[in-house]
Design a protein around this ligand. Structure first.
Ligand SMILES: Cc1ncc(COP(=O)(O)O)c(C=O)c1O
Length: 381
């Protein structure tokens, strides 16, 4: 099979397209499928970008690894956020976390090398690994490990060698945080196998009642991937970053130089301004917390089971087994018949995907109320 034939489409995008079609026909759709903040970016971001554009200095390349001011600010942020000392040289600014992942896997993974990923999990990961020529190994995970890979998984699946192990905390689609002791055991298991622990921390800061520990606090050699898309509601600006151990800095830099030249100049300045916008971030977090509480109360009343209460992100991963053993068709039917868009489990892997769905609460409480009312009416029929 050709490599490209193993890259699957993002089903939620197809669902979204159909939702837009229905809307164009005049139907009202409640969007609980989208994995993107419904808030505008902090105003300071646009102000900074506008000022740079007006000055005429925004139209040039920056260094491949980002402007030094942003790299230093991110390094300092690790001090205030987690109490960690990170040197700016280890911070590489990338075109979104996605650009960071791509460069990382291209630099790290040789043909056929195995990377362990949780199933369910963020689908692009396995595609990045494939594009880099590696072998993504999707390991079924469940509520018992809060949907994270464990040291035991690494021991078992790492028998034939493993290059890297991925943890996403809070997770997508599950929203579950990986606690520090779990992360520590995982890091130890990785070290035993000579594998790199890759920690996707893109949803850090969007947690409700618990903090998500940074992988660097348990493993100074871990690779951390993060960015401005979620916590700072800056998806469209495309700014992310990597924190790398020293040996990976040069290889990843060379990949970044070649495939991107540099991250977008205006966006980097916008991100630098947003980094200080804690009040705006706190307001967004409070809104998400209210919506999460609403859905955690209402979804079980409708008959959805929530196997592991999510701690963060803006997702709830629910077992819809009471209604279906074909979640994809179930989601299509809900869209057509009830006017509610949610994401089928198949977008996140194959393990029990047929009976799971993801609800996103990146939409207003008012819309969520409407969505729940529609689901209630439809499912009662
Ligand atoms: C777990 C996870 N990692 C990474 C990304 C990509 O983030 P970015 O917009 O920074 O490329 C997403 C986006 O949905 C995500 O859910």
């Amino acid at each position: 099979m050709r490599r490209i034939d193993r890259i699957e489409p993002f089903r939620v995008m197809q669902l979204l397209e159909r939702a837009r079609e229905l809307e164009a026909q005049g139907r009202s759709i409640v969007h609980m499928e989208i994995g993107e903040p419904d808030f505008s970016s902090p105003p300071a971001a646009a102000d900074a970008a506008r000022a740079l554009l007006d000055s005429g200095d925004g139209s040039f390349y920056t260094p491949s690894t980002g402007i030094p001011e942003l790299r230093s600010a991110i390094a300092r942020w690790y001090g205030s956020e987690y109490g960690l000392t990170i040197s700016p040289e280890r911070v590489l600014v990338t075109p979104g976390a996605s650009g960071g992942f791509l460069a990382l896997y291209l630099a790290l993974v040789e043909s056929g090398e195995r990377v362990l990923l949780p199933d369910p999990g963020y689908p692009c990961q396995r595609h990045f690994v494939r594009l880099a020529g590696g072998d993504p190994v999707s390991v079924p995970v469940g509520p018992g490990s809060r949907y994270h890979l464990t040291a035991e998984h690494v021991a078992v699946h790492g028998k034939n060698g493993v290059r890297a192990v991925v943890v996403t905390s809070p997770g997508n689609p599950t929203g579950t945080v990986c606690p520090a002791d779990h992360l520590r055991r995982l890091a130890t298991a990785c070290r035993d196998k000579g594998a790199v622990l890759i920690s996707d921390e893109i949803y850090h800061g969007l947690t409700y009642g618990v903090d998500a520990p940074c992988a660097l606090s348990v493993d100074p050699e871990a690779v951390v991937v993060n960015g401005f898309s979620k916590r700072w509601a800056m998806t469209g600006w495309r700014v992310g970053w990597l924190i790398l151990p020293e040996p990976l800095i040069d290889p990843v830099t060379r990949v970044l130089q070649n495939i991107f030249i540099a991250p977008t100049t205006l966006s980097q300045h916008a991100a630098l301004a947003a980094l200080g916008a804690d009040t705006v971030v706190a307001q967004m977090r409070a809104a998400y917390a209210e919506r999460r509480a609403f859905l955690l109360t209402e979804l079980p009343k409708l008959g959805f089971r929530i196997p592991a209460t999510p701690d963060g992100a803006f997702y709830i991963y629910a077992d819809a087994g009471r209604f279906t053993d074909d979640a994809q068709r179930f989601c299509q039917t809900l869209l057509e018949a009830a006017g509610v868009a949610i994401t089928p489990g198949a977008d996140f892997g194959t393990h029990q995907a047929d009976r799971h769905v993801r609800f996103s609460y990146a939409t207003s409480l008012e819309q969520l109320r409407e969505g729940v009312a529609r689901l209630g009416r439809y499912l009662a029929e």
